[in-house]
Design a binder for this molecule. Structure first.
Ligand SMILES: Nc1ncnc2c1ncn2[C@@H]1O[C@H](COP(=O)(O)OP(=O)(O)O)[C@@H](O)[C@H]1O
Ligand SMILES: [Mg+2]
Length: 356
């Protein structure tokens, strides 16, 4: 069924949204390609849900336009937009079976019983619930319930799927499993999807492209690899990555980042009095004290399993490094850190702008 649905593009154009004096979305522009999976990532309160509600028609923008497949839908009622939304709290009807829950949107539309039955079986098959159609919600696991909610969204044959933190009520293990299921389902059905989350791992693993939102302002829209390897600014650089990117304060003099009397080679060239150097923990390496780009003191070691996370005090700064799992340094030892110039980022301190 869903395999031959037409794929649909979506476009937010210069969207502004305020609630009273609170500006929630600022000049928000986002174009989603047909069949694309875009994840809107941001902290709580950054405006993610508001963006979805504007697209679905539950909320009206203060300014700007919304398009679905080149049609201006800014003033169109929600029911004509052909969008399905899946929420974090996937309220199922407790006294209805899985089949009745899945079929509910069609019942409201008054389609024939025969048509409805085959649509239910098909939607259930998409989310691998076809064996469980006669069960009640209380007889299902959390992940199975979430799949019922998905099937109920699929059965409407939407042109666009909106998902608002759909996995955040599940425990960590189930969340990982459902993430893979969702990705598989979206790939095979190819329905244009906008997925909202505050979880960077979900964003990085699910998305074709990630849109990072902070305080209602889109910071970067790019593939997960671009977001990680080529962040647009300091906010994006620090938002993605675990543990987060190390930041060191100093100045940029020509192509050298200068801090605590050490000059570190960079691949940029400028003169910035207050600059920030960023380096990811896995891009630094440990070395004997005399062989490092800089020398510090081990503050603590944590064996994570496949690596040891070493936190090093260096003057007023602290730098975390992913060292080999058999790393043997001890707390208080002097240690060298090698910082390769092609892996470090430089930002302007006041604005967070990336210096390239
Ligand atoms: N209906 C509303 N009335 C007033 N303020 C709202 C309303 N909806 C959202 N907000 C405010 O808008 C901001 C963004 O909310 P939201 O879009 O829900 O963020 P997110 O989904 O990223 O957590 C928050 O500060 C929130 O309090
Ligand atoms: Mg929200």
């Amino acid at each position: 069924m869903a395999d031959n649905l037409p794929k649909t593009s979506v476009r937010f154009e210069n969207i502004e949204k305020s609630f009273g004096s609170v500006q929630v979305l600022k000049d928000f522009d986002l174009e989603v390609e047909p069949g694309e999976f875009v994840v809107l990532l941001g902290a709580s309160g950054s405006g993610k849900t508001t963006a979805l509600r504007i697209l679905s028609g539950l909320e009206t923008p203060s300014a700007g336009r919304v398009y679905i497949e080149d049609q201006d839908v800014t003033n169109m009622l929600p029911k004509y937009r052909n969008i399905s939304m899946v929420f974090q709290s996937y309220a199922l009807y407790p006294h209805k079976t899985v089949a009745e829950n899945i079929g509910f949107p069609l019942k409201v539309r008054k389609v024939s019983k025969q048509e409805m039955d085959s649509a239910i079986v098909e939607a259930a098959r998409q989310v691998q619930l076809d064996e469980l159609l006669e069960r009640f919600p209380r007889e299902l696991s959390g992940g199975q319930r979430q799949r019922v909610a998905l099937a109920r969204a699929i059965i409407r044959r939407p042109s666009v799927f909106l998902m608002d933190e759909p996995l955040s009520n599940l425990d960590a293990k189930l969340r990982g499993h459902m993430r893979a299921e969702l990705k598989h389902m979206q790939q095979s059905m190819g329905i244009t999807t906008i997925y909202v989350t505050h979880d960077q791992i979900e964003a990085m693993t699910l998305a074709h492209r990630v849109a990072i939102l902070e305080k209602g302002v889109l910071q970067q829209l790019a593939t997960p690899a671009q977001i990680y390897n080529d962040p647009a600014n300091l906010f994006v650089a620090q938002f993605i990555g675990s543990p987060p990117m190390n930041v060191v304060h100093g100045s940029l003099e020509g192509n050298e980042f200068v801090t605590q009397g050490v000059r570190i080679n960079t691949q940029v060239q400028d003169r910035v009095d207050k600059a920030i150097m960023g380096i990811r923990p896995e891009d630094c390496s440990v070395a004997p004290p005399s062989e490092g780009t800089l020398t510090g003191t081990i503050y603590t070691n944590e064996l994570i399993g496949d690596h040891t996370l070493v936190t090093v005090n260096w003057g007023d700064d602290q730098i975390s490094v992913k060292a080999p799992k058999d790393f043997t340094g001890m707390q208080g030892d002097d240690i060298g850190l090698v910082i390769p110039s092609d892996r470090l980022f430089v930002f302007e301190q006041s604005t967070g702008t990336r210096i390239r």
